[in-house]
Design a protein around this ligand. Structure first.
Ligand SMILES: [Zn+2]
Length: 347
């Protein structure tokens, strides 16, 4: 399996996120990716690559032009407001909820930060754009590799920041560019007639769902904590099945707090059955391992060794596969958990 690593990921390191009235240190830290990389290297893997420049034409097929322009210029605008802002991160404080207009782009920077975001837990920093672009480049290169006839059957994009909460026109949930959606688009552009994105992160892949909700060429499937109690709260219910041309091509399998491995794996197997029935010719796995029993912000009960079984189960789909790295915040176990998925996939 080819591992494509983002060498610029640590350009992005948020200082603080808002949590229940406090600014607290970010759970999504740069050490996460280094720990995964160390674990994969220690496991004897030798096929590592770093990406080229992100192909902006691919990014524009997944995200809106106005959103990409905002991300590219946000930090400079922030510092232009006051030089002292260079020592702070950007966090939004006002959002266009129901009844407000999202079609008119405000001149004021603080209002545009709100227009293009959905939570106050995702700091935008000096290096966010460079890290996110390089992460997207990992997803592009990983997908292009598996789409090549002589290439590997599977590849892992070590994307950080993660991506699955980022929508066509917004960031949130620690995510800025939707790496899984970008990989899916590359697989389509390389000739696959239908691609599936299977999201096994603890949290619903709301951004991926939103990007493809009205499309039949990408089947989005997500197994996650029930949004009635779990982030991102406002999307991810079982009755969201796609719309228009995409009707029938979105599957949500929400599970209650405390779900153990057997029930969780059964839901993943259900998703894989639907994926096969839909004729998906390639698969992107949005691989969050915050389903781990020791995760500090999640509540499923999946043990480290269970991730080996997950990997074997995913291989059963029998199609070219790209993994993107999503959540997982029990940092000391993160490397082992990700390595176990990949080892199981290749066993
Ligand atoms: Zn997550």
């Amino acid at each position: 399996m080819l591992i494509v690593h983002n060498p610029h990921h640590d350009d992005h390191q948020g200082r603080q996120e808002m949590f229940r009235g406090h600014l607290v240190p970010c759970h999504e830290t740069a050490s996460r990716l280094e720990i995964v990389l160390d674990a994969l290297r220690a496991g004897g893997r030798s096929s590592f690559a770093t990406p080229g420049e992100a192909d902006m034409a691919v990014l524009r097929r997944v995200h809106s032009a106005r959103y990409l322009d905002f991300l590219a210029g946000a930090w400079d605008e922030w510092v232009a407001l006051a030089p002292s802002n260079a020592g702070l991160d950007v966090l939004p404080s006002v959002w266009p909820v129901r009844g407000f207009r999202a079609d008119v782009v405000p001149d004021t920077f603080a209002a545009r930060v709100g227009l293009y975001s959905f939570d106050c837990g995702t700091p935008l920093t000096a290096g966010t754009w460079s890290a996110a672009r390089a992460g997207a480049a990992c997803a592009i290169d990983a997908a292009r590799a598996v789409a090549t006839a002589s290439g590997p059957r599977a590849a892992m994009a070590l994307t950080r920041p993660p991506g699955h909460h980022a929508g066509p026109d917004f960031f949130g949930g620690y995510c800025f560019l939707n790496n899984a959606a970008i990989a899916a688009q590359v697989l389509l552009d390389a000739g696959a007639r239908r691609v599936a994105v299977l999201d096994v992160d603890y949290h619903h892949g709301n951004g991926t769902q939103s990007i493809f909700y009205e499309r039949a060429d990408v089947f989005t499937l997500s197994v996650h904590g029930d949004p009635r109690t779990e982030y991102p709260f406002f999307l991810g219910h079982a009755d969201e099945t796609g719309q228009g041309a995409g009707a029938g091509f979105n599957l949500n399998l929400p599970l209650p707090v405390g779900t153990g491995f057997p029930a969780w794996l059964a839901a993943v197997e259900t998703a894989l059955g639907r994926l096969a029935a839909a004729g998906a010719e390639a698969m992107v796995v949005a691989l969050g391992v915050d389903t781990f029993e020791g995760d500090p912000i999640s509540s499923f009960r999946v043990a480290s060794e269970d991730f080996l079984r997950l990997g074997r189960t995913l291989r059963g789909a029998g199609v070219p596969t790209v993994f993107t790295l999503e959540g997982g915040y029990a940092v000391e176990a993160l490397g082992r958990n990700v390595a176990n998925v990949l080892d199981g996939f290749e066993a």
